[in-house]
Write a protein that binds this ligand. Sequence first.
Ligand code: HDL
Ligand code: ZN
Length: 414
Amino acid sequence: MSQINASALADTVRKIVDSTPVLDMHTHIYAPAFGPLLLWGIDDLLTYHYVVAELFRVAPLPYEKYWALSKADQADYVWKHLFVERSPVSEACRGVLTILHALGLDTSARDLAALRRYFASLTVEQYTDRVFELAGVSSVVMTNDPFDDLERPVWEKGYPRDPRFQAALRIDPLLNDWLGAARRLKEWGYDVRGDLGPRDVDAVLRFLADWVKRMQPRYMAVSLPPTFALPDGSSCGTLIEKCVLPAARDAGIPFATMIGVRRAVNPHLRLAGDGLGRADVQVVDRLCTRFPDNRFLVTMLGRENQHELCVSARKHSNLMVFGCWWFVNVPSLIEEITRMRMELLGLSFVPQHSDARVLDQIIYKWSHSRSILADVLADKYRDLLDAGWSVTEQDIRRDVRMLLSGNFERFCES
Ligand code: HDL
Ligand code: ZN
């Protein structure tokens, strides 16, 4: 395979990044079999909590009056204040336009009724196929919560698995609200008392094993506050050490910790009300060191934590850094973080996950991130050419496959 010259490098890298399928390792979208849990279409896009947070900065309606509106009326209100009365330059608003444009719809008409007519003409099955194709995504990993009363029955009844929708066992209620979770476990027939003695530990181990068997998850996951520490004598720490890590190890799957979220900073905003805090990266070091037989997928919410997390990843081969999560999932920070990771970790990281909550969002989240990844990669290959190294199209295809799916696949199976 001939080597690439500098003048063709950027275009070749962009072409390969754009055409290499993505395994999107963390999302909140669901297979169509989950019914109303799968959000899609213009009204779900306009009422996405990232957009809603920005709405309340400029719109006069009191919180409760907005929440009392129908979803369509909420979407009308968002469209008016964030798209018609001011340019939609934020990443979340721009993302809506990227999706509509990719679908071949006329965004310049600013005609919400016409957009609604388009989505009303589709079935969710047709649209799911179209979105995966446009996004260049081969499969996504869902966020599957056994404590979710809408989701649990679907798993208990069983449903025809769609290989495009892989599972992740999400256990926030277990770790972040143990006494509440203990009551639910008892309802479901697990012999727990809440004291986290040996009987409770056995019951939680059985609960986790039952759901690993039912879901066949790629990993177990939890989001944790910036104050997360270990060991700290808390129920969270005890459950992680005595239950989650042994269960993940026995199941041969990683444990994903998403660290730094401060829930309900503004409760009036509901799902849009969470914030972030600077966390202690040393807890990641201690986890990786104390549990060498476990594998840890880690992403952190604060920009301030990113560099230290990269340095930790250089120390622990059982640590895989992933994604530009939530408040750092914006172009300026995706570029900063991706450059830093490539300069400190080479190609041994997972550059992005979409975190999409609305199906259509995998189109914009991957379009925007692919563009940045291609620019960063082209710069790095140019540095290699400047040092006399040769780079072939085959090299680039191999490297991009690692970044967009291979690293995650190998880490989950190793
Ligand atoms: O906890 C998480 O997985 C976060 O991603 C939250 O779901 C958050 O609301 C979100 O959607 N971020 O993108
Ligand atoms: Zn998420």
